[in-house]
Design a protein. Structure first.
Length: 426
């Protein structure tokens, strides 16, 4: 809650304690960052210093006359000087003080921000700051694990996103007015962003998480690629089959949560229908995994090697697929009605469910698609994709792995069918 709203709720306006909520928020910010720094005995500032610094930021902002005060910048300079000249303990050897100095300045600034009426932003900044400080080993390890090619791919994609995207025309064009360059690349940015989050999580934590969680992270990047990696592993080393099956199934169940998340981000009006369709399937599939809890198999777990989703060829490939699916839905939908939409959903869903789902969400949001057609289209794409993956699992992993995976896939399909048959669902 905003400090001003809290003060109003507590009837503090006009009393000597009207500023109390702002100072309490500032204190919490300083304590949060300070707790992390206190863990390092060689640091120049701990929990008390950070709490006091954040309070000082709020106090200086309070003392400033609106638009013409000097207390805030003077206070910032004082904090900077004290931090720079502070002496760290000699034992154990002091760490480089730059990070703690910057964190102190941030704590001061966040305290000032609270008084300026941006308490939510200040709290969010404190959480991000604390996470960056706490995750130093993981972030350092990630930077070492990223190859030169990974960094180049990230730079290329960032340039295309933040430089090229604003320059693209935001209007429908081409045959059937099915191509909107800005929207196409915006969807690429969304999908690649989700894939990148999973990719970085795998690179950061892949060796330390259990099998199901690794499957979830792999599913964020590509459930198909994750299935292929562990299907091959199960064939080469049959003793890893229980673990491989657990990872594959977790990755494929992630698809249902992923499509629901995409609906929430891209077209919130479609969320009730999509969630009503997909979440029962996710629930039933998850229930079939409960007996597999703790499945580890024998031997070392194979590494999950995935392609960097920001590679230009992958981003452009998805852009081309999304544009093609959008055109086919518009064209075949005009010629053949719902049957044309369903045909595109079945065909395009074989290897990628994101493109068809995003296209269906967009059409529903524009009022060009009925809710029943949306639900059936998404369901057909998922069924097509599931059939393809079962074939992939059988061909790469063999019959024992297919037998282990079939019950969960069957449960999700039963969940989809039940959702479609239930009149009130969605």
């Amino acid at each position: 809650m905003d400090p001003a709203a809290l003060a109003d709720a507590l009837a503090l306006d006009g009393s000597p304690f009207a500023a109390l909520p702002a100072f309490l928020t500032s204190l919490a910010i300083g304590l949060l960052i300070g707790v992390e720094r206190e863990r390092k005995p060689q640091t120049i500032a701990g929990i008390r210093t950070f709490a006091l610094t954040s309070l000082l930021g709020t106090l200086c902002a309070m003392l400033d006359a609106p638009g013409a005060g000097y207390a805030t910048p003077v206070g910032l300079a004082a904090v900077a000087l004290m931090a720079l000249f502070a002496r760290a303990p000699a034992e154990p050897p002091a760490e480089p003080r730059t990070t703690t100095v910057v964190a102190l300045l941030i704590a001061y600034g966040l305290g000032a921000l609270v008084w300026r009426g941006a308490a939510e932003l200040a709290v969010a900044g404190a959480i991000v700051t604390t996470a960056l400080l706490y995750l130093k080993p993981e972030l350092t390890g990630l930077s070492h694990r990223l190859s030169r090619r990974d960094l180049l791919s990230l730079l290329q994609f960032a340039a295309l996103t933040f430089i090229a995207l604003p320059l693209l025309p935001d209007r429908a064009m081409g045959p059937a007015l099915a191509f909107n360059p800005y929207r196409i690349w915006l969807m690429v940015v969304l999908i690649v962003g989700i894939n990148l989050a999973g990719y970085l999580a795998v690179r950061l934590m892949g060796e330390r998480v259990n099998g199901p969680l690794l499957g979830v992270l792999g599913g964020l990047v590509s459930s198909t690629a994750t299935s292929a990696v562990y299907a091959r592993a199960a064939r080469k080393r049959p003793e890893t089959l229980p673990l491989a099956a657990s990872i594959i199934l977790s990755a494929n169940l992630t698809l249902f949560a992923r499509l629901t998340l995409l609906a929430a981000l891209v077209e919130p009006t479609a969320l009730p229908a999509v969630a009503g369709l997909l979440l029962p399937a996710l629930l039933l599939g998850t229930l079939t995994l409960l007996p597999r809890r703790g499945a580890k198999g024998n031997g070392a777990r194979p590494e999950l090697a995935l392609a960097n989703p920001t590679e230009l060829r992958m981003a452009l490939g998805f852009a081309a697929l999304y544009a093609a699916v959008g055109f086919l839905i518009a064209w075949l939908g005009q010629r053949y009605g719902h049957a044309g939409v369903y045909a595109v959903a079945l065909l395009s869903g074989v290897n990628d469910v994101d493109a068809i789902s995003l296209s269906l969400y967009a059409l529903f949001g524009d009022g060009r698609l009925a809710v029943d057609v949306l639900r059936v289209g998404v369901a057909l794409a998922v069924v097509s994709n599931s059939a393809f993956k079962l074939g992939l699992i059988a061909s790469l992993g063999g019959r024992p792995l297919l037998t282990a995976c079939l019950p969960t896939f069957a449960a999700t399909l039963v969940g989809l069918a039940a959702s479609l048959a239930w009149p009130g669902a969605g």
